[in-house]
Ligand binder design. Structure first.
Ligand code: ATP
Length: 248
């Protein structure tokens, strides 16, 4: 049975400052219940693609000048980031962005601020987050500014979960983390996908780890998709091995 496509990006162009063409026609599909990876080197356009989807380009003087973006078949290009959260799409930004002066638990609860379904449901989700991130439960009364980089990545993902999303756009979850923590975070993403049904689109420079955990990958170079395929096929592809996996 074919999986339903949730997010569809169709041939988008993005221009910064009216002149700098950064995405030159990017297309991709994110199926429901999948982990889709957006791969490529520094500056390839991964973050720009995610921000185009969640409509976060305006503050950077960027705009989508061509193409279309739809979610569940509905055009979403003109929605605000908050409207998108209501539709079930949330972005976890690169660099994590915790509220440093709030506790870990207060940070998590900020993710639930637009919810209307009451304290019981919110508490249940907080417990779900603590089940997946026992470390956050241990540190729930600590000030977020004093937690480690790995813990802040967990807070950022946990806070996104608190909005009850359907699809999570995850920007560079491995950034700045030791290999063991990278494995741990990706392992949690995989469990959230398999056990709770969350759909992920993740941007990642670490091709090796991303292709072990994702189902499907798109490789971006200079604002274009140069290759895409099932993750296990990409891992065996000679070009991917040579240029992205550091082995030939
Ligand atoms: P990274 O891993 O560094 O985040 P990336 O693949 O996510 O890389 P982007 O951040 O999307 O790449 O950047 C793509 C290109 O767009 C880069 O050449 C970058 O310099 C340029 N760019 C990004 N933001 C802006 C901006 N606000 N104004 C002008 N150019 C920008």
């Amino acid at each position: 049975t074919a999986q339903e496509t949730l997010l569809e990006v169709n041939n988008i162009e993005v221009i910064y400052n009216h002149v700098i063409l950064v995405l030159k026609g990017v297309s991709l599909k994110v199926p429901k219940g999948g982990i889709t990876a957006l791969l490529g080197g520094n500056g390839a356009g991964k973050t720009t693609t995610l921000k185009a989807v969640s409509n976060l380009l305006h503050s950077e003087r960027g705009e989508v000048t061509k193409g279309s973006i739809s979610y569940r078949g509905e055009r979403v290009q003109d929605l605000t980031p908050n409207d998108l959260v209501q539709k079930g799409v949330i972005q976890v930004m690169e660099g994590r962005h915790c509220f440093e002066h709030l506790t870990v638990e207060e940070n998590l609860l900020t993710g639930a601020y637009t919810r209307q379904d009451g304290k019981g449901a919110i508490d249940a989700d907080l417990n779900m987050v603590y089940d997946y991130f026992p470390r956050l439960k241990e540190r729930r009364r600590s000030q977020a500014g004093y937690t480690s980089g790995g813990e802040q990545q967990m807070i950022a993902l946990g806070r996104a979960l608190m909005s009850r999303p359907e699809t999570i756009l995850l920007d560079e979850p491995s950034m700045g983390l030791a290999p063991q923590l990278v494995e741990q975070i990706f392992g949690i993403v995989k469990s959230l996908n398999e056990e709770e049904g969350y759909t992920f689109l993740l941007a990642e420079q670490n091709t090796n780890v991303a292709l072990r955990f994702a189902h499907y990958g798109y490789i971006l170079e200079s604002g274009r998709v140069v290759m895409d395929g099932v993750a296990s096929d990409l891992r065996e592809n000679p070009d991917v091995k040579e240029f992205y996996l550091g082995m030939s």
